[in-house]
Design a protein around this ligand. Structure first.
Ligand code: PMP
Length: 392
């Protein structure tokens, strides 16, 4: 194996926290302790099994508490991709047998977008709601799309490429008031532990979250499912996770997920405040530069996550700038990490022209981000503008 020092430079600046976060020391410790001491199968009836089960129950309780809900409603999965698949395909398998219409936004993550596209191929009708000319989603547009065939609405809370916050609570409340039978699902991956996320305020029947976006480990997530909602499992197997998600639970990863939430849940407001001042600082630095356009929403009338800032450097394609910054030890993203640089269509939904979208850089903060790092980022971009413009 390569020495990690060869991979990550000593002075690396990690600004790709929307793609994933570094597991915290407390998480790493909790996971390895669990692996060493708690290796029983949680379904086993002996002491080691019960011990493992109790670790899962503990984590379930912490996560349920953070969402203001009951532990019984939390199902562990392998990550938010699976949570989103289970929510959408699982509800199509039950509520979508008679009714065939789904409402969603035009800016969903690939794990929602492609799952819904697949259902469309199978005969479902999909309405995709676009933002208005100012890049804002209007709650009423979602409500107006309801037909007597609608069984599901799936929309994300914080959009992962530009950080815009969608009016999920307002849409779901309106829909539940008028059409209580429609199932509401929210992909809250980029919002969870970053802005307050409470099930009742959102009126979500289902909500997806992921551990590795909040300093937990990759490979574990959860789906909140309101009591009474019936989902057709997408895996068949044993009776784990109420038989909705069979398979032996990854006790260490679940344990680490619980630890990450326990570490973060009391500091949402403080971290939000710090992220907002980092975003403001970076916006000021970028405003003093040539040939930069901002793709995130900076309009006070819109609502955005302060953890994400997306901008374009004129005439320098995203991957070129990304690798230039990488050579300086600075890690950013060219869009959603999951699309590996492929166009997702999210920026074009906000009417950002292709030539600008092709040059987009996504910077995403954590609580460890400093102004010094942001200054280093903008200085590196400035140097990149001088040296790369001739190679475009
Ligand atoms: N939804 C959103 C908004 C995301 O940003 C991501 C991760 N990029 C996912 C879903 C998928 O999460 P996971 O990596 O846990 O499968």
């Amino acid at each position: 194996m390569e020495n990690s020092e060869n991979i990550i430079q000593a002075e690396s600046i990690y600004l790709d926290n929307a793609a994933t976060t570094k597991p915290s020391d407390t998480v790493t410790k909790a996971v390895s302790l669990c692996m060493a001491e708690c290796y029983g199968n949680p379904s086993s009836l002996h002491k080691l099994g019960l011990q493992a089960q109790s670790r899962i129950d503990q984590a379930r309780k912490i996560i349920a508490n953070s969402l203001g809900t009951d532990p019984e409603c939390i199902l562990f999965t392998s990550g938010a991709t699976e949570s989103n698949n289970l929510a959408i395909r699982g509800s199509a398998g039950t509520y979508g047998r008679r009714k065939k219409h789904i409402i969603t936004s035009a800016v969903e993550h690939a794990s929602v977008r492609n799952t819904i596209n697949k259902l469309e191929e199978q005969g479902y009708t999909i309405t995709r709601i676009f933002p208005d000319q100012n890049g804002h989603f209007q709650a009423q547009d979602f409500v107006n799309a309801v037909t007597d065939q609608t069984f599901l609405i799936s929309m994300m809370l914080t959009e992962n490429e530009t950080g815009r916050i969608l009016p999920v609570g307002s849409v779901f409340r309106k829909i539940k008031k008028k059409y209580p039978g429609i199932i509401t699902h929210c992909d809250a991956v980029q919002a969870y532990m970053k802005i307050p996320v409470k099930i009742n305020a959102l009126q979500a029947d289902m909500l997806s979250i992921s551990s590795h976006k909040i300093h937990g480990v990759k490979g574990v997530g959860a789906l909140y499912v309101r009591k009474g909602i019936r989902l057709e499992p997408i895996l068949t197997g044993g009776s784990q996770e109420k038989s909705i998600r069979p398979g032996t639970e990854s006790v260490p990863l679940i344990c680490g997920f619980g630890q990450a939430v326990a570490d973060m849940q009391d500091s949402i407001e403080t971290r939000l405040h710090n992220a907002a001042s980092n975003r403001e600082y970076l916006l000021q630095l970028l405003a003093d530069m040539q040939d930069i356009s901002i793709n995130s929403d900076t309009d006070p009338a819109g609502e955005s996550s302060p953890y994400i800032l997306n901008f374009s450097v004129k005439n320098i394609r995203s991957e070129i700038m990304l690798h230039y910054l990488e050579s300086k030890g600075i890690y950013v993203s060219s869009g959603s990490a999951c699309s590996k640089g492929a166009k997702s269509g999210v920026l074009s939904a906000y009417r950002i022209p292709d030539r600008v979208a092709d040059c987009a850089i996504r910077v995403s903060f954590s609580e460890h981000t400093t102004e010094r790092e942001l200054l280093a980022l903008t200085e590196a971009i400035r140097k990149g503008q001088e040296s790369l413009i001739h190679t475009k």
